[in-house]
Design a protein around this ligand. Structure first.
Ligand code: SF4
Length: 216
């Protein structure tokens, strides 16, 4: 698996996602390499977690091929077990579901609660691609806050200034759509510049992915 630019290593204990986003890069990879037969049904590969025991002081992205909102309870508990046993690493997760962490916090497992997912070196990011996604996130902020906002792929102008400030965010990741689908969205310069300005103003770390730099 190709590493994500902002992490050192990617481990995917789950492959598959039922959300069905039309631009899904993970599905495209799966169509090519056939890790799972049906990408819409997440499948756990928990043996992959063993490698965490050999990794020290790295940033590990845990779900480039799935969305944690659709992981089952046993998988989440097992992942938490490995993370706790190896605290020198930082663990990164992304979800498109604004209430993903609330769901995690309600699970009846003692090892898995919102504190676990928001305390020791664990960073969960919300992925947004449109204004509507951003509004949904802003509306949910009273409940659960995310440390990362992943705007990828950006599909339209999203004026972060216009709505409430996602003040919990320590990092914003900005990327463009990849691949060659017919409806592929090409980001405009001002979309990117607005987000750069926002990050400067609110002192939020910005990670511009290679795939978006050419549109600046
Ligand atoms: S949420 Fe992520 S993994 Fe799931 S279909 Fe959408 S882009 Fe793919």
């Amino acid at each position: 698996m190709k590493n994500i630019e902002w992490c050192d290593i990617t481990i995917n204990p789950v492959v598959g996602c039922p959300r069905g986003c039309p631009y899904c890069y993970a599905k495209k990879i799966n169509d090519r390499f056939h890790f799972v037969e049906d990408f819409s049904k997440p499948k756990a590969f928990l043996e992959r977690l063993e490698q965490i025991n050999k990794i020290k002081n790295k940033k590990i992205f845990m779900n480039s091929m799935s969305d944690i909102a659709y992981w089952d309870d046993y998988t989440i508990d097992t992942v938490v077990f490995y993370m706790k046993a190896n605290p020198s690493n930082e663990y990164y997760f992304l979800t498109k579901k604004v209430n993903a962490l609330e769901n995690v916090s309600r699970r009846p497992y003692p090892n898995t609660n919102f504190k676990t997912f928001n305390n020791f070196n664990v960073f969960v990011g919300i992925t947004i691609t449109t204004k509507e996604d951003y509004m949904n996130y802003v509306r949910s902020v009273g409940g659960v806050r995310f440390k990362i906002i992943n705007i990828e792929p950006i599909l339209e102008y999203i004026d972060l200034f216009k709505y409430a400030l996602p003040c919990s965010a320590r990092k914003i990741i900005l990327g463009a759509e990849t691949g060659n689908r017919k409806e592929k969205v090409i980001p405009q310069k001002e979309w990117i510049e607005n987000i750069i300005k926002f990050c400067k103003e609110y002192n939020i770390e910005l990670f511009l992915k290679e795939n978006i730099k050419k549109y600046l």
